[in-house]
Design a protein around this ligand. Structure first.
Ligand code: IPM
Ligand code: MN
Length: 372
């Protein structure tokens, strides 16, 4: 297959981890005889610096033309002045909206080898396999915003059609899994949530009678995610609840550095694939960022936009094997056990007599490539 893949590395650790994801896709192309063409575009702070805009027209045009887009991360202290009119995050939000990517898939699958990295007890993590479907182009993120000296307003609105289409994506995914859907809202307070709930109640029995569903209030869902994560299969929720719950859910896995995501629109082609972690400016440029989430995002790209399932599975297996063999970047080493590396020698914690040093970004990606 021939495919054009847009690469928007963005800011902070974005360029470092995206470079490794591209290397992994290159290797897949060799192994499976595909022709992937990569074209880079500017997004976020890097784009503001170069053009004054967080999403330059050339970047949007590239993403619209591409079969899929691989994205790193946007944002950083350089552009985070709260008074700034132009911010990196606007570029990401505009891109999601302009491409019509309303469904954001965030799989949460803890890895046995990393149970001591997660702050959650091991027995609660066994068998956990959750797919969060976050609505991505509506709600409070995209409502009208106003600000005066003494007041600020963020409007939250959802249309019936916006709710229906994302619920359909989630229910379809549930059908291919354990056939259980949890719809998360705040229907005891918010009108948008009451419309959400009513829509689910009409749509599920009519179109997905084979999928069991429940409603859960978002505050309660935040608790149950930690108390009994195994009970969840597919979760569908609105934009901001999904943003918050998936950072929380990443702790089931142990690190944000392991969670990929796929943002999809009406067509499978033209999706946007990015790790859920941010630009991590504190560790940017040091070659120590965890590339696994970016590489797993590349696997989601293969699966969802290019329909290359065996290739996606091969790449995911290679990541799991790298983890299994103990090639762990710093964020995957339990606190108090990591050796901070050569820069600060002799700092190993007493409970870890012979800890392995943390893997660099390159070494972790090399371990993945070695398994392909
Ligand atoms: C995410 C991020 C973004 C979001 C930010 C960077 C705008 O947190 O993808 O989860 O809130 O959607
Ligand atoms: Mn987020």
């Amino acid at each position: 297959m021939k495919a054009l893949i847009a690469v928007l590395a963005g800011d902070g650790i974005g360029p470092e981890v995206t470079a490794e994801a591209v290397r992994a896709l290159d290797r897949i192309a060799q192994r499976f005889n595909h022709e992937f063409e990569f074209k880079e575009g500017l997004l976020g702070g890097a784009a503001i610096d170069a053009t004054g805009l967080p999403l330059p027209p050339a970047t949007l045009e590239l993403a619209q033309r591409a079969d899929a887009t691989l994205l790193g991360a946007v944002g950083g202290p350089k552009w985070s002045d709260p008074g700034a009119q132009v911010r990196p995050e606007q570029g990401l939000l505009q891109l999601r909206k302009a491409l019509g990517l309303f469904a954001n898939l965030r799989p949460v699958v803890p890895h046995a080898r990393l149970s001591d990295v997660s702050p959650i007890k091991e027995h609660l993590l066994r068998g956990v396999d959750i797919m969060v479907v976050r609505e991505l182009t509506g709600g409070i993120y995209f409502g009208a915003k106003t600000r005066s000296a003494t007041e600020a307003v963020d409007e939250c609105r959802y249309s019936l059609a916006e709710i229906e289409r994302v619920v359909r994506v989630a229910a379809t995914l549930a059908r291919g899994r354990r056939r259980k859907l949890t719809s998360v809202d705040k229907a005891n307070v918010l009108e948008t949530s009451r419309l959400w709930r009513a829509t689910v109640d009409l749509l599920l029995p009519a179109e997905f009678p084979d999928v069991a569903y429940e409603h859960m209030l978002v505050d309660s869902a935040a608790m149950h995610l930690l108390q009994r994560p195994r009970d969840f299969d597919v979760i569908v929720t609105e934009n901001m609840f999904g943003d918050i719950l998936t950072d929380e859910a990443s702790m089931l896995v142990g690190s944000m550095g392991l969670l990929p995501s796929a943002s999809l629109g009406a067509d499978a082609r033209g999706g946007l694939f990015e790790p859920i972690h941010g630009s991590a400016p504190d560790i940017a440029g040091r070659g120590v960022a965890n590339p696994y989430a970016a590489i797993l995002s590349a696997a989601m790209l293969l699966r969802h936009s290019l329909a290359l399932t065996p290739e996606a599975e091969a790449l995911e297996r290679a990541v799991y094997r790298a983890i299994e063999s103990g090639v762990l970047p710093a964020d995957l080493i339990p606190r108090g056990v990591a050796t901070p590396g050569a820069a600060t020698p002799g700092a190993a914690a007493p409970e870890a007599p012979t800890p392995r040093p943390a893997a660099t970004t390159r070494a972790a990606a090399d371990a993945v490539l070695a398994g392909l």
